[in-house]
Design a protein around this ligand. Structure first.
Ligand code: MGD
Ligand code: MGD
Ligand code: SF4
Ligand code: MO
Length: 716
């Protein structure tokens, strides 16, 4: 990996700069060290000792520096001349021209259609400072309600459920290393072996101690292969399975009545409700044999410390928040949350998926995980911002609802997208691309010309992780420092600076700063007294203490690695059970669309693929996507391994290479969403939304499968 630029910054660069990976929420610690290499300096990436990754990195983290000096890297703003059709080619523009175009377009949209016609779509990969600045920019500079972000597609169901049940949403209410201390870990729709490989050391350490692991997944994943029990449900039936396991737990007298009496409310109604989930009925709904459910319950019965770990497989459904609540009910009935090495947790996904949802990027939130509709919250945050609380807009609509209405009456007309590639990653993506084209104006900030940036009027080149300072909050709720190791290329600017500059052009510059540390200190004040309280966290403490867990209300508070030991942050201090019932997926197979499609991740690629589809090492590992098909189904369809399959749903179609595998249910196919063009799996997915979380149903829809003549990659 040689690079034309990469001037090294920092005081003692030869010792390497300690920072964390640009990708997922495990935020593995790494050291970046400059090395001379033929054409010029390059950055060597090495895993560093840290309480999460203990020196480990997956292939994505290992190869991350390849993108710093990548030839596709955007290093100058791009604009299109003319208006409307956006079929003119991009031309390079100055920052001044590009930013003024954006400010003018936002202003014109608001003048013509009202304040909410200008909006921002953000991302959970942004640092805490950027996420905070984005939320403040929309509320203070634009005075618009129109902001939401890709975390709505990721964590919203788990977040809604945790907030209802526990009164707070910190994905993992305990350190990751607790996994090694649990007797039993039950993973529901979570595949860490592929999505967070270095985390598997904690699972392996548990198993060496004799722990037993259970995996609920329609696929026999690498995670399932390392476990003791695999429950293989029909996609979209986890709620019934959880209720069925709770039914059996009641029957076998496993519920912790003392815990329920002391620490919870709402049990009697749930106990009654799960009577209907007798084992053979649950087998009929889920396809999980009664004897496998019985086996799972026997493991739970013998366990003194059990962790239930949820992932997107259980959550990305039109009933995702109720499904998460069903598993939380099981956890509460077994008396787990707040007990040592026990509890319910969800694995947050994006680099700053946890912090990204705490500082006000979400349509209904203010910093500190406060709610925008709450008068006291408005008062506090407006006080920190120095504005009148009545000036703050009310909550806006969720991510998909915003995208679905772009360019329509009442919808956003001028949009800024930061750190998300919705043209590939949103559900019903062909429709979303059509709505993006219908906008009066689209600006996209990215490292590369993503599929969303290709549709823009203005594209802004942004800085990358190794070029910036800031903080990230990892999967455990531990706040970490991102540190600068190299200078950004001449033309790239951080979103933090972009938002501050735009605010100035909109006449609100006095409220904004572009220095990450200054912004973090303001974030601390804005979050003070909120659920996600960062008031006591300083950059110095993060460095000295290897991260600080929130809530941390003051500088002499040690931070909170483990929540719920002494109570839950609900009005009465108790956790709440919720009655939840199974219902069918929004779309079930029929004569025209006879199979189920589920989607998710593969190990070598990340999200919409903007970054990893440009990384040589990762493309070598996985050059193209495949659709996983069971051999029995393949025989019925008349397709062989390596053959091509046309997948079609009510929304669109995609063409993918077949990978035969008996690890998947024969009534279901699986495909990753990391690819674009003819392989955009989200052209097929169902945007049916969860009523509470507004999460789309990425994880199940009805599909028609047709064998088609095989093409080579080049003529595809
Ligand atoms: N390599 C890689 N790692 C990543 C990412 C990436 O894109 N690539 N993304 C990061 C992000 S943002 C996230 S959110 C996490 C996601 O991490 P995970 O949630 O672990 O990932 P997914 O692959 O989306 O889904 C997990 C599993 O759910 C299963 N599943 C599908 N439908 C159902 C169902 O109805 N019920 C159940 N029980 N399971 C089902 C799938 O077969 C899959 O194995 O990964 C993070 N890490
Ligand atoms: N079918 C299906 N679809 C899914 C999912 C699924 O399981 N199945 N999972 C959903 C989930 S969990 C998630 S999290 C979403 C993720 O989907 P996206 O939001 O599209 O995620 P990324 O591909 O990470 O997009 C981040 C973009 O921002 C750029 N970028 C990175 N850092 C920065 C930065 O600091 N500033 C700026 N301006 N740009 C930056 C990257 O190059 C990339 O183009 O996808 C969702 N979509
Ligand atoms: S597991 Fe996640 S944080 Fe760790 S190296 Fe891989 S992508 Fe980066
Ligand atoms: Mo995610």
């Amino acid at each position: 990996m040689a690079g034309p630029h990469l001037p090294i910054s920092g005081s003692a660069p030869e010792q390497g700069v300690s920072t964390h990976c640009p990708y997922c929420s495990l935020q593995c610690a790494m050291t970046l060290t400059p090395r001379e290499h033929g054409a010029g300096p390059v950055l060597e990436v090495a895993g560093a000792p840290f309480p999460t990754n203990r020196g480990g990195l997956c292939e994505k983290g290992q190869s991350s520096a390849e993108l710093l000096a990548h030839p596709d890297r955007l290093t100058t703003p791009l604009v299109r001349d003319g208006s409307g059709a956006r079929d003119e080619p991009f031309r390079a523009a100055s920052w001044d021209e590009a930013l003024q175009r954006i400010a003018d377009a936002l202003t014109v949209a608001q003048e013509r259609f009202g304040p909410d016609a200008a909006g921002l779509f953000g991302g959970g990969g942004m640092t805490n400072e950027k996420a905070y600045q984005a939320g403040k920019f929309v509320r203070v500079a634009l005075r618009s309600a129109s902001i939401d972000y890709n975390g709505r597609f990721c964590m919203s169901s788990a977040a809604a459920a945790a907030t209802k049940a526990f009164g707070v949403d910190r994905g993992m209410p305990f350190p990751l290393s607790d996994i090694a201390r649990a007797d039993t870990v039950l993973l529901v729709g979570s595949n860490p072996a592929d999505v967070m490989p270095p985390a598997m050391r904690w699972f392996a350490a548990g198993r060496e101690r004799g722990a037993r692991h259970l995996v609920v997944d329609p696929r026999y994943t690498a995670t399932a292969a390392a476990a003791d029990v695999h429950l293989q449900p029909v996609p979209g039936t986890d709620l019934a399975l959880a209720n069925g396991l709770l039914h059996l737990a009641v029957k076998h007298r496993l519920v912790d009545t003392a815990y329920i009496a002391e620490r919870t409310t709402g049990w009697p109604a749930v106990k009654r409700a799960v009577r209907q989930y007798w084992p053979d009925r649950v087998e009929r709904i889920t396809g999980v044999p009664v004897r496998v459910m019985e086996r799972a319950v026997r493991v739970l019965a013998e366990s003194r410390a059990t962790i239930i770990l949820s992932g997107r497989g259980a959550e990305q459904h039109a009933k995702g928040s109720d499904t998460a609540l069903a598993w939380i009910n099981l956890a509460l009935a077994l008396g787990l949350p707040g007990r040592p090495f026990s509890g319910w947790a969800t694995m947050t996904g994006q680099g700053n998926g946890q912090g990204g949802r705490e500082h006000g990027q979400k349509a209904d939130q203010l910093p500190g995980y406060r709610m925008l509709a709450d008068p006291a919250a408005r008062e506090h945050v407006a006080g920190v911002w120095g504005v009148d609380p009545d000036e703050l807009p009310q909550p806006g609509v969720s991510a998909y609802e915003m995208l679905d209405r772009l360019g329509t009456d009442g919808g956003v007309r001028a949009l800024v997208v930061m750190a998300s590639n919705v043209a590939v990653s949103a559900p019903n993506a062909a429709h979303v691309r059509e709505r993006l084209r219908a906008l009066d104006f689209l600006a996209v900030s990215d490292i590369f010309l993503s599929e969303t940036a290709e549709l823009a009027d203005v594209v802004l080149p942004t800085t990358q992780w190794a070029e910036e300072d800031g903080t990230m909050t990892n999967v455990e709720g531990r706040v970490l420092r991102r540190r600068r190791a190299v200078d950004a290329p001449e033309g790239a600017r951080s979103d933090l600076a972009v938002l501050a500059d735009l605010a100035g052009r909109l006449g609100r510059g006095e409220y904004f700063d572009d220095d990450p540390r200054t912004v973090f200190d303001e974030l601390r004040r804005a979050s003070a007294g909120g659920k996600a309280d960062y008031a006591g966290i300083t950059w110095e403490r993060i460095e000295a203490e290897r991260g600080v867990f929130w809530p941390c209300p003051s500088e002499d508070h040690e931070g909170t690695p483990r929540l719920f030991r002494d109570g839950f942050p609900t009005p009465d201090g108790r956790a709440r059970f919720h009655v939840v019932h199974h219902r069918d997926a929004a779309e079930t197979p029929d004569d025209e669309f006879p199979y189920r499609l589920t989607t998710g991740r593969s190990r070598a690629h990340y999200q919409s693929g903007t970054q990893t589809r440009r990384t040589k090492a990762l493309l070598d590992a996985e050059p193209e996507p495949t659709v996983e098909v069971h051999p029995d189904l393949a025989a019925r369809l008349g397709v062989a391994d390596g053959g091509d399959l046309l997948l079609r749903t009510r929304r669109g179609s995609a063409r993918l290479r077949v990978r035969l595998t008996s690890t998947i249910r024969p009534d279901t196919v699986f495909a990753p969403f990391h690819w674009a063009g003819e392989q955009t799996i989200n052209d097929l997915t169902n945007p049916a939304l969860d009523p509470a979380s507004r999460m789309p149903e990425f994880k199940v829809c009805a599909v028609e499968l047709t064998a088609v003549p095989t093409t080579t990659r080049e003529d595809a």
